[in-house]
Unconditional design. Structure first.
Length: 333
């Protein structure tokens, strides 16, 4: 059995740790409320824009090719029909990627993986790193570059042989739309120029405080997706440059001046917003994971402190009893 001095030192150490974990839990929960409010406010807007763009993309008549509407998408987040992305280049990309955009043979893949800059957040980093490695194995044989956002991801990918082209740790430390859109703009520009064949986002999706799911989704080529079917969708009609959707559309949007113009204008905004939403989603998931981890650590510290206090009191009582017995034995002699 440990001496009373050793037990007392351990009690002091546990109390110090308890103060730290309690403080970290309060800080993480405060950041979580802010991050949760931001991502929950952004999600409906991003999902609505994505649904609108998916509806428009089915009627888009751009020369960019079957999978692409990114022609002329440059670093200044603009669109120009005369930029150097031709119909032939788009068709080559389409044939290379396949109709579903999944099959790549020796293609150029960009994986954007988001983690945290620090630890003490449970399995948050481990889960997303594991998911990233699964994606890398899935596209083994392709030319892959990993854009690591977060210090933990950067360290893990460097060990795996995929160093990040630059340091993006500040993007999760202080998440802003300008920082996210700058990287997203660069990636989209590389995709439109044919330097990349596919871009994949890997991050932790925030579901609730107790649940964060690592996901891997295709960022580019843009997926139209499916929305709710509408039985009352009107027939095609054009009047005064106003387009109405046809029989196979999902929403009867009235678009001015035309669907092509709306598509070209909306696509950059949706791509920027989708990228920023993924970063914010990861930040919210990180704070949720850290809050739960620190709460668990605090509970364990309190249980350990209770056990050590009981052990200390028993030891002290035993020592006092032993001293009393020694005194009684001495007085009887």
């Amino acid at each position: 059995m440990a001496s009373l001095r050793e037990i007392k030192d351990r009690i002091g150490s546990v109390k110090s740790t308890l103060k730290i974990t309690s403080a970290m839990k309060l800080v993480a929960s405060s950041k979580l409320r802010k991050a949760q409010k931001t991502i929950e406010g952004l999600r409906p807007y991003e999902e609505a824009l994505t649904d609108i763009l998916a509806s428009l993309s089915r009627h888009h008549s751009s020369v960019a090719g079957p999978d692409d509407g990114y022609a002329g998408y440059s670093d200044n987040i603009g669109y120009s029909e005369n930029a150097g992305y031709s119909e032939n280049a788009a068709n080559e990309k389409y044939e290379k990627n396949g109709a579903d955009g999944k099959e790549l043979k020796n293609g150029k893949i960009a994986v954007v993986a988001v983690s945290s800059n620090s630890s003490l957040c449970g399995g948050f980093n481990g889960n997303v790193i594991k998911k990233t490695l699964e994606v890398l194995r899935e596209y083994e044989g392709s030319e892959i570059v990993v854009y690591s956002i977060g210090r933990k991801m950067s360290e893990a990918m460097r060990k795996a042989g995929f160093p990040s082209p630059a340091d993006y740790s500040d993007m999760v430390a202080r998440s802003t739309y300008d920082k996210s859109s700058a990287l997203a703009s660069r990636l989209v520009s590389m995709y439109s120029d044919g330097e990349l064949d596919k871009i994949i986002l890997v991050y932790n999706h925030f579901v609730s405080t107790s649940r964060q799911i690592p996901v891997a989704e295709v960022y580019l080529p843009f997926s139209e997706g499916k929305g709710p079917e509408r039985e009352d969708c009107p027939k095609p009609m054009e009047e005064d440059n106003i387009d109405y959707c046809d029989d196979d559309c999902i929403d009867d949007y009235i678009v001015e001046p035309s669907r092509d113009e709306a598509y070209k204008t909306l696509l950059p905004q949706v791509l920027m917003l989708k990228f920023h939403a993924a970063v914010l989603d990861s930040v919210a998931a990180e704070q949720a994971a850290r809050t739960v981890a620190m709460q668990t650590a605090t509970d364990n510290a309190e249980d350990l402190l209770s056990d050590l206090t009981l052990m200390y009191n028993k030891g002290r009582q035993q020592k006092i009893t032993s001293e009393i017995l020694d005194l009684m034995g001495g007085s009887m002699q």
